[in-house]
Design a protein around this ligand. Structure first.
Ligand SMILES: NC(=O)c1ccc[n+]([C@@H]2O[C@H](COP(=O)([O-])OP(=O)(O)OC[C@H]3O[C@@H](n4cnc5c(N)ncnc54)[C@H](O)[C@@H]3O)[C@@H](O)[C@H]2O)c1
Length: 392
């Protein structure tokens, strides 16, 4: 081979290498622009709501699902029309794929390990609520997300309700003055789930984490999540453990009722109460008391499953003194058909696409989880406990 031939050959190799790199990057860019690649871990009830949301997005493709029950992931993918999707029994096989994001829809017990493994594998993660069993687990999950520079967010769909946003706007406008008392929670007259939700070893917590996380998010988000300091709580499970009220009473070992007094930074106290079942239609309205005005929210329904915990606000009333009189201003609630679940999943997708931070910031998730953790600890110990959120 002459020197010229050698140089020509070298140039040709270089050109080919460039072409391969260019074509590969174009392919990935094309993917980025066209379809985001999503995997779903856990193919049970709520995974269907995720799949239904992804199904309606032209720029998303669910390429895999995993479920420990043999055959369930394949059946699930078929049911939602993701016929090209790969089905796995072990979620770690799913994490080997080139995925942009993962929805974690397993029972609570599996949130921690699946999320940590998904983040470590470089995927963005949307975990169904509650984030985890404990604050320690939640902290580890957030730490992994930061270390791996991957997004971790949690499924708080009531946040996407237009009336929840309205409440946030009212509170953040400053019209209430200095807020010093919050009351939130509520619950169901009869609304106890079964299956994995009622076993401590699988769910970690009952009503407190299941629907309480939403009520906490409603008031804390409006106030930009003040730091929780202490909690004194009581829980019980008179309904769940009674065969007259629950078909799986012999397996029921989580709380179906809880009440707590939580001190927050800024001289704010939060009265939090929640029930899956009770001989009452409501545990009262959600209240914000401020030095200049008060805000009262009532649930849109007091039926067996009704309550503000799910984003259903029936009325918003602002109490103040005006013109030398006590006034009550009714703020009209918005009539809307927003699909909160779709909005939640869409926000996750858009955050990935636009490189935005997690829709629900890590600090907020940790504070929410810290209160749940504190309520359970305080109730178990029968005394007030301090809340300490580790650095991440
Ligand atoms: N945001 C909401 O409105 C909402 C509503 C219901 C449930 N949830 C939450 O969603 C989660 C799941 O609840 P669900 O009602 O769908 O439960 P489910 O029991 O119907 O489904 C869970 C699925 O996960 C599978 N699974 C369990 N461990 C697994 C693992 N390690 N890897 C892969 N798959 C695994 C199970 O086989 C099952 O198919 C819970 O955390 C729950 O709190 C949220």
């Amino acid at each position: 081979m002459t020197e010229t031939q050698g140089v020509k050959g070298g140039l040709w190799c270089l050109r080919m290498a460039f072409c391969i790199v260019y074509v590969t990057s174009m392919h990935r860019e094309g993917n980025d622009l066209d379809k985001l690649r999503i995997g779903i871990i856990g193919a049970g009830g709520i995974a269907g709501a995720h799949a239904y949301a992804y199904q309606r997005m032209d720029d998303v493709e669910v390429i895999a699902a995993a479920d420990v029950v043999p055959g369930r992931a394949a059946e699930f993918l078929g049911r939602y029309g993701f016929h090209q999707g790969q089905a796995f029994e072990d979620y770690r096989d799913l994490l080997q794929l080139d995925l942009d994001g993962v929805s974690i829809c397993t029972p609570n017990v599996a949130h921690f390990q699946t999320a940590v493994d998904a983040l470590t594998a470089g995927k963005h993660v949307l975990v169904e609520k509650p984030l985890s069993f404990t604050l320690a687990q939640a902290t580890e999950m957030v730490r992994t997300s930061k270390q791996r520079d991957r997004m971790l967010t949690v499924g708080f769909q009531p946040r996407y309700d237009p009336n929840m946003k309205l409440v946030r706007d009212i509170v953040r406008s400053g019209v209430l003055g200095q807020v010093y008392y919050l009351q939130t929670g509520g619950g169901r007259r009869r609304g106890m789930p079964g299956g994995t939700f009622i076993r401590k070893e699988l769910a970690g917590s009952g009503a407190i984490a299941d629907i309480g996380c939403y009520s906490l998010d409603l008031v804390l988000d409006a106030l930009d999540y003040p730091l929780p300091l202490t909690v004194s709580a009581f829980t019980s499970n008179h309904f769940g453990t009674n065969p007259a009220y629950h078909a799986e009473a012999d397996r029921f070992d989580v709380e179906d009722f809880g009440v707590a007094l939580v001190r927050l930074e800024g001289d704010i106290v939060l009265n939090f109460k929640i029930a899956w079942a009770m001989h009452m239609d409501t545990l009262g309205p959600t209240l914000f008391l401020g030095t200049d005005a008060g805000l009262r929210l009532t649930p849109s329904s007091t039926g067996p499953w009704g309550g503000i915990w799910d984003g259903g606000i029936g009325s918003i009333t602002l109490f103040a003194d005006q013109f030398g009189q006590h006034t009550e201003t009714i703020v009209p609630v918005k009539e809307h058909e927003v699909d909160r679940f779709y909005e939640k999943v869409r926000d996750f997708v858009m955050a990935i696409r636009e490189g935005r931070p997690a829709p629900i910031p890590a600090e907020q998730i940790l504070r929410n989880q810290a209160i749940i953790d504190g309520v359970l600890q305080s109730a178990a110990l029968g005394r007030e406990v301090a809340i300490e959120i580790p650095e991440v």
